[in-house]
Ligand binder design. Structure first.
Ligand code: SF4
Ligand code: SF4
Length: 333
């Protein structure tokens, strides 16, 4: 299938641009965080710590959300992580897995690996059902564990966990973990990349628990993806372009799936006018570009508001980080 992605589809063009920008920001943040850790450990001058790294601490964010729900106290140590989780969840209830399709670098990597292989026949667009369905349960099992963790963790336990030095420097711990990967770690990451190259969206579809949580929230989205069976010719372009491997071209007139990321690619590539549309509460038609802009406005508007309210930068000062790092990471010194 030849999709004229960028010429004919401004929504796809915008999404690719935002995905690449998001990747660039994350890579820059990783570099800045590396400089920050190096300054901490070398005894150098204070260095900038990008708050966005807290987006990679999902467990800490879930615990902070649990504590916030129980006590109303907002985490000041990793506030950006909590804000990102709240925005990802909040926007998922409206725009489905917008975080997956617009902002997550793994989503971009997954889509790019698939596109890299072109039309090679030996790759698998969708595993046979008897493998696909059991594998799908992997990420839902992780989702159930997260739910259990959230609802059964006592408020006191959550607060106690957040007072631990380990919690305060969990970002540094994460950085060290990736910085000191053993060959087993490299083998696992390499294996996942290979699997995602050979099996479309392997990571996103079968393993990412974040995707499972957001996919569940997305079922409540007021934006209904509907297919008009009279206008639809059954060409299957939407389905082939769908990174979520959703049965768009067949089956029900209303497409409802936890795997739908709300990327709107299917709507953008459908050649039949009015055959596939996003409709607000099933009534008002919303163009893919508007859908994407609304999602981005809500997400980044939330970040902007959080910054204005002082809920973005950590309250931990550079010297406090340095002391904690010495205690936790280098007890032998
Ligand atoms: S069904 Fe459409 S909006 Fe949902 S993931 Fe597939 S292409 Fe994107
Ligand atoms: S919805 Fe559009 S792209 Fe999908 S099968 Fe029907 S006509 Fe083809």
């Amino acid at each position: 299938m030849k999709v004229k992605y960028y010429r004919d589809n401004p929504a796809i063009f915008l999404r690719r641009g935002v995905q690449l920008l998001s990747l660039g920001i994350i890579l820059l943040a990783a570099f800045q965080f590396g400089e920050f850790v190096s300054a901490l450990r070398s005894g150098g001058a204070e260095s900038y710590r990008p708050p966005i790294v807290e987006g990679f601490l999902p467990v800490a964010a879930v615990v902070a959300l649990r504590n916030f729900a129980a006590t109303g106290v907002f985490d000041v140590v990793h506030p950006a992580g909590l804000i990102i989780l709240i925005l990802a969840l909040g926007t998922a209830f409206i725009f489905r897995r917008g975080l997956c399709s617009w902002l997550c670098p793994l989503g971009l990597l997954s889509e790019s690996l698939w596109r890299l292989g072109g039309k090679a026949k030996w790759r698998i667009a969708r595993l046979p059902r008897y493998i696909d369905y059991p594998l799908l349960w992997l990420k839902y099992a992780a989702f159930i564990v997260i739910l259990k963790y959230f609802f059964f963790m006592g408020a006191k336990d959550a607060a106690a966990f957040m007072r631990m030095p380990y919690y305060a420097i969990s970002d540094i711990k994460m950085f060290d973990m990736f910085g000191g990967l053993s060959w087993i770690g490299f083998a696992i990451i390499g294996g996942l990349l290979l699997l995602t190259f050979f099996v479309r969206s392997f990571w996103c579809r079968y393993l990412c628990p974040y995707g499972a949580v957001l996919g569940f929230a997305g079922l409540f989205s007021p934006f209904v993806l509907s297919r008009d069976k009279k206008s639809c010719t059954g060409c299957g372009k939407c389905q082939r372009a769908c990174p979520g491997i959703v049965n768009v071209a067949k089956g029900r007139a209303v497409v409802l799936s936890t795997e739908c990321t709300g990327c709107a690619t299917c709507v953008s590539v459908c050649p039949e006018k009015g055959a596939l549309t996003f409709r607000f509460f099933g009534l008002v038609k919303v163009k893919p570009l508007i859908f994407g802009i609304l999602f981005l406005t809500l997400f980044f508007g939330g970040v902007y508001l959080a910054k204005g309210e002082g809920l973005w930068e950590s309250s931990l000062k550079f010297e406090q980080y340095r002391r904690l790092d010495r205690v936790m990471n280098r007890p032998h010194r």
